[in-house]
Design a protein around this ligand. Structure first.
Ligand SMILES: [Zn+2]
Length: 216
């Protein structure tokens, strides 16, 4: 498989000239495929104009491009933080363990519904649909492979997601989780969106199509 689940963090400095980005500075992100690995370049305005703007989309391995505004990271927060959908997704993606593929996908869809993640790009690689999501505040990019869930798998995945949200990643697997039924309420966005007939409403629990980046 060419793409795996991964996170591409936004750089804090220009990939070309090395100058640190300042708060509210505009930057350009270029994703490309380098021998099967997704590479990310964050480039300042002057370098973009000088070296990269011409033919970026025609370059070999081009995946996606957008223009963003850098936000300086907030001061480090309280280390004891309750898990939320995003922190769980980060951990799952970092594990790069395919057994969490379905849970990662559902979490990404939940976060997109809450507008905490944006679909930047949707592509098909070796027959698999791949979504590239951006966390707009941090600029981090998550690559999520569509696990092609069947309706009869959804409930188990939702139970897994609810369990992960409640207990985090270090808890034992929810094999006999009777509490899973209760915790299912924790994932209302997805729960409410289970299509009654997958065939009839195909796409209902799928991410929306990529939006043009907003540049204001
Ligand atoms: Zn630069």
């Amino acid at each position: 498989m060419i793409f795996e689940w991964n996170i591409q963090s936004r750089a804090h400095a220009c990939s070309a000239c090395g100058k640190s980005f300042s708060d509210k500075q505009s930057y350009h992100t270029l994703l490309h495929d380098e021998r099967g690995e997704m590479k990310r370049l964050d480039i300042c305005d002057p370098c973009w104009q000088a070296q990269h703007s011409n033919g970026a989309r025609e370059r070999k391995g081009f995946i996606s491009y957008w223009h963003g505004i850098y936000e300086a990271p907030p001061p480090p927060s309280d280390p004891i933080q309750k898990e939320n959908a995003e922190s769980v997704l980060r951990k799952l993606v970092e594990l790069k363990d395919t057994k969490y593929g379905a849970a990662s996908y559902i979490l990404a869809v939940m976060l997109e519904r809450k507008r905490l993640l944006k679909v930047k790009e949707e592509l098909v690689k070796e027959g698999q649909r791949v979504f590239i999501y951006e966390q707009p505040k941090t600029g981090d990019v998550f690559t999520i492979v569509d696990p092609n869930l069947q309706l009869n798998q959804l409930e188990a995945v939702q139970r897994e997601v609810a369990y992960l949200l409640e207990h985090g990643l270090n808890a034992p697997a929810p094999e006999s989780a009777s509490e899973g039924t209760v915790a299912l309420a924790a994932v209302p966005a997805v729960e409410a969106s289970i299509p009654a007939e997958r065939e009839a409403t195909d796409g209902d629990f799928r991410p929306s199509t990529p939006q043009e980046p907003q540049t204001n």
